[in-house]
Write a protein that binds this ligand. Structure first.
Ligand code: ATP
Ligand code: MG
Length: 340
């Protein structure tokens, strides 16, 4: 256990979590093992958890999808299914909290254009973007994420590896705001990232598993679809299965998936399969994923029958997030001398 984990276990009340996802598709196993499991675990420890449905952030690299309201609800459903409890945690939509946009403006003034344009995650997303031109939001959304995190003074952000450059920008914004306007006191905490043991799960094509890249295994998929996707997953020419993420990323990612689902050591899982080859590995992964997700999928189906409840969860979350955001915005106005 590292120092941060020890601090969280010892005093969960000191921490507040903000984390979120874009409603660009259904949540997948990369999300689950990269960040969702940590969200539920932290909630269980008594940490206050805010989950942002980043609907405005969808605009970064696509037109407003007509499917957006559907994906927003599906995202809430995914969270209910994995065990996020609306009585303890806050799930809310970005577009419903106007104060987030007001925080963006002063925050933008605190970072430079070169700092924004050298962000490796943004560069990767531009490379994968389906749009012919890159929007200004593409370069500035990490600053919007700073507002998303800091509006509730979150000091802990459970994320996948791709988010680390963004979180660095949030930390920079918090420090610079405190230095410039804090008058000796910290208005904002400087939040820490919390990475899981699977901070970059690969998809069936060997690239980062992503909603937008057609390579993901959705939490909501059924057992047959899961089997089909895993059967098609990329492997390599070496028949003998080993766990070596550096040399054999695709095979190792499959081994890791089985290991994560069965709470086992990936080296042991690889050794058990060994010469049986990729077919045996895929069969093992399929069973492991389907067994692990069965209760989550069953709960998801239950919640999906009551869309009214899903919308109510979001409405109540929006209200709670707005109350917190207004308080922070007032503090920011006072600190900046713009409260008349
Ligand atoms: P999109 O393709 O639309 O960007 P995405 O699949 O990358 O979708 P996000 O909504 O951008 O999903 O990410 C939500 C959270 O899930 C972030 O904390 C991100 O780091 C984490 N995450 C996403 N994909 C993975 C992955 N393959 N492995 C581990 N964590 C991931
Ligand atoms: Mg992403």
């Amino acid at each position: 256990m590292n120092t941060l984990e020890r601090l969280i276990e010892a005093d969960p009340g000191r921490f507040r979590v903000l984390t979120g996802d874009r409603p660009t598709g259904f949540l997948h196993l990369g999300h689950y093992f990269g960040t969702l499991k940590n969200r539920v675990r932290l909630q269980g420890l008594g940490v206050e958890v805010f989950v942002l449905v980043a609907d405005f952030q969808v605009l970064t690299d696509r037109d407003v999808a007509q499917d957006l309201p559907m994906y927003v609800e599906e995202l809430v459903l995914d969270h209910l299914a994995i065990g996020i409890d609306p009585a303890r945690s806050v799930i809310f939509a970005h577009s419903a909290v106007p104060a987030l946009n007001q925080l963006l403006l002063p925050f933008l003034s605190l970072v430079s254009v070169p700092e924004l344009s050298r962000n490796p995650t943004v560069k990767d997303e531009i490379a994968h973007s389906r749009q012919s031109s890159v929007s200004g939001l593409m370069f500035t959304y990490p600053v919007h994420q700073a507002a998303d995190i800091l509006f509730c003074k979150a000091n802990l952000v459970p994320v996948g590896q791709d988010q680390l450059p963004h979180l660095e920008i949030t930390r920079t914004v918090a420090r610079r705001f405190n230095d410039r306007y804090g008058d000796g006191a910290a208005v904002f905490p400087v939040p820490d990232a919390l990475l899981s043991s699977a901070p970059l799960l690969l998809g069936t094509d060997g690239g980062k598993m992503s909603k937008s890249r057609g390579n993901a295994i959705r939490l909501a998929a059924d057992a047959d679809e899961t089997a089909r996707l895993i059967r098609r997953a990329k492997t390599d020419a070496d028949r003998h299965i080993t766990y070596d993420p550096g040399e054999r990323p695709e095979v190792s990612s499959l081994v890791l998936l089985a290991a994560l689902c069965q709470d086992r050591d990936p080296h042991q899982v690889a050794a058990e399969i060994g010469a049986a080859g990729a077919g045996a590995l895929k069969a093992r992964v399929t069973d492991a994923v389907n067994d692990h997700l069965a209760p989550i999928r069953a709960r998801r189906a239950e919640y999906a029958r009551d869309r009214g409840y899903v919308r109510q969860v979001l409405r109540e979350g929006n209200e709670r997030a707005n109350a917190v955001a207004e308080t922070t915005l007032d503090e920011v106005r006072t600190a900046m001398g713009s409260r008349y």
